[in-house]
Design a protein around this ligand. Sequence first.
Ligand code: GDP
Length: 365
Amino acid sequence: ALTAGIVGLPNVGKSTLFNAITQAGAESANYPFCTIDPNVGIVEVPDQRLNSLTDLVKPKKTVPTAFEFTDIAGIVKGASKGEGLGNQFLSHIRQVDAICHVVRCFNDDNITHVSGTVDPISDIETINLELILADLETVSKRLQRVEKLARQKDKEALVEYDILSKLNEAFENEKPARSIDFSTEQQKFVKGLHLLTQKPILYVANVGEDELLEADQNPNVLKVRAFAQEENAEVIIISAKVESEIAELEGEEKEMFLEELGIAESGLDQLIKATYQLLGLATYFTAGEQEVRAWTFKKGIKAPQAAGIIHTDFERGFIRAETVSYDDLVDAKSMVAAKERGKVRLEGKEYMVKDGDVIHFRFNV
Ligand code: GDP
């Protein structure tokens, strides 16, 4: 299963946020594909469509879909040189599929900042630089090997040399790999390098509990936004402290508390949705009288693979995917009516599943 890593300097609010995640978190028993590990928190994906489908079908049970956040503690300046838990930290980052970078934007004199003052851009750059230096090492080693072959006009080596030189130059200028536009062909090679700065990233601006309402004008948040914009990265504003309080509430209680705070959606819910996107994940639904359920798939997969997420037998014996889009189903108000309108398609093996598809798989046992 894909996972997003939570990173950030010490004392920025990572643990507070991660605790909110595990508090609000889903029972791992419901999600057997998820990892059981104290550093992994499972979150359910809030999805209004699932509620609407439940109203429509009135099943016995409704099950949301879920995915994982991994808490990656321990980065300090000098990590790429092995300072602190440097090497361990970097190998943990290598294993995640996207990065949520928590940045301290709250002022609190009681809580020490590792570099003395609250300066979100300097914090971001400190971590990014460690990741860039680690990538620089990966790439320069590889470059040395390829250089010789490239001089002998080895065709493949020439292609690789070109890509590696571009990366090397970017890193020397302290730019991440994701800042370079590679062709689809080149991307395949780059992917194989498992670079840290190639992973998709978003920034989490942790503001003080009393700053949540005017967070959009918070000078620290504005700085983070400006920085993120250059990278085409998203910024999610949260107050980790408030999130840990919200996480203890459920249903109506939670809604009332959010109303009191004057916010429509908790920061954590926004973070979950944004991270889901960042990981390239999407949702299809199954909707039967027994159970209405959301399932997570990686965008770009075909119908048999999507069936395999439910059960390997579904993939092996796949015949057809009876598919209707969520919008068409809700418009028609029932599966029968959607069929009458000709909105239910019989899709085959080559069908690429779309976000919001409601699917009934037909398969041989
Ligand atoms: P980590 O080292 O990044 O995991 O940071 P922690 O989550 O342990 O937080 C460090 C300190 O900052 C703790 O004392 C938290 O209570 C405090 N903290 C975290 N978020 C907030 C916040 O939104 N407002 C305030 N005032 N303090 C916070």
